[in-house]
Design a protein around this ligand. Structure first.
Ligand SMILES: [Zn+2]
Length: 268
């Protein structure tokens, strides 16, 4: 796969870190015949092990919240640029195929997302998505000590209650904690039981997803759990920027702990 990497000093694209020494890298991947750019912003001091990830380009509230947080403490954030859209379209041999960038981290997930979202499934088109996912994982995911995946949802479309319903009658699929004073659309999800306990202690809506008991849908949470990478999904309703920032600040101690760990790449 061809990759084009640009380093832009002090650039002001979608994510804004406004401090001295802040750096942006743009890596362009080619899927089929379509270019997809991943923008990485490093806010000084930035050589840290925690990676903030924005996969869905329409979920801008989450990026604004993370950006404010990172302007204060420094760190790394990446986002897939997709013209403000959630789903990625690409051209392959005269046809358009579509996938969800949070369903491509396993072969089963790739086959399913292309089948559901495109007019038809094509194994060569799927291979292009698989190559992209492998490069994305190698370039950003595997070297992280902690991943914080940033998402926004529409009012009542996905909430902590959705997980309560999914887990009802199946104790092994996970656990849930609800703070009645919080909006049900604002919550965290983790695949790590100790992180679940710590977030619950802070009185934040939180879901523990037991990846042993659920189907591999190709989401980044399942990939992270199966590769022992601590993972937190930070979900808030669109426009709940303040709430999302407060949730980030509430887990500041957890984030800083992982930042203090030696970066995995240093040990290789
Ligand atoms: Zn999302």
């Amino acid at each position: 796969m061809k990759k084009i990497i640009l380093i832009l000093l002090f650039s002001s694209s979608f994510i804004n870190c406004n401090r001295k020494h802040d750096v942006s890298n743009v890596t362009t991947y080619i899927i089929g015949e379509t270019k997809v750019a991943v923008v990485e912003k490093r806010c000084y001091p930035c050589d840290r092990g925690v990676l903030f990830v924005n996969l869905h380009d329409n979920e801008i509230t989450s990026v604004k919240a993370a950006e404010q947080y990172l302007n204060e403490i420094g760190g790394r954030i990446i986002n897939i640029e997709n013209n403000g859209e959630r789903l990625i379209n690409f051209r392959y041999k005269g046809e358009t195929f579509t996938f969800d960038p949070n369903r491509i981290y396993s072969s089963a997930g790739i086959n399913s997302t292309i089948t559901i979202l495109s007019l038809r499934y094509d194994s060569n088109a799927a291979k292009g998505v698989s190559n992209f996912a492998k490069s994305f994982i190698a370039d950003y995911i595997n070297s992280s000590n902690l991943i914080i995946s940033l998402h926004n949802n529409m009012d009542s479309s996905l909430s902590v209650i959705s997980y309560k319903d999914m887990q009802a009658g199946n104790d092994s699929s996970g656990k849930i904690f609800i703070n009645p004073a919080m909006d049900v659309d604002d919550f965290m999800l983790t695949t790590d039981t100790s992180l679940f306990a710590r977030i619950k202690e802070k009185n934040i809506n939180v879901v523990w997803e037991n990846v042993e008991a659920i189907e591999d849908d190709g989401s980044l949470s399942v990939y992270a759990a199966r590769h022992n990478i601590p993972y937190i999904n930070l979900e808030a309703q669109h426009k709940h920027s303040e709430e999302q920032l407060s949730m980030l600040k509430a887990i500041d101690d957890i984030i800083r702990e992982y930042m203090q760990e030696t970066h995995k790449e240093d040990n290789q």
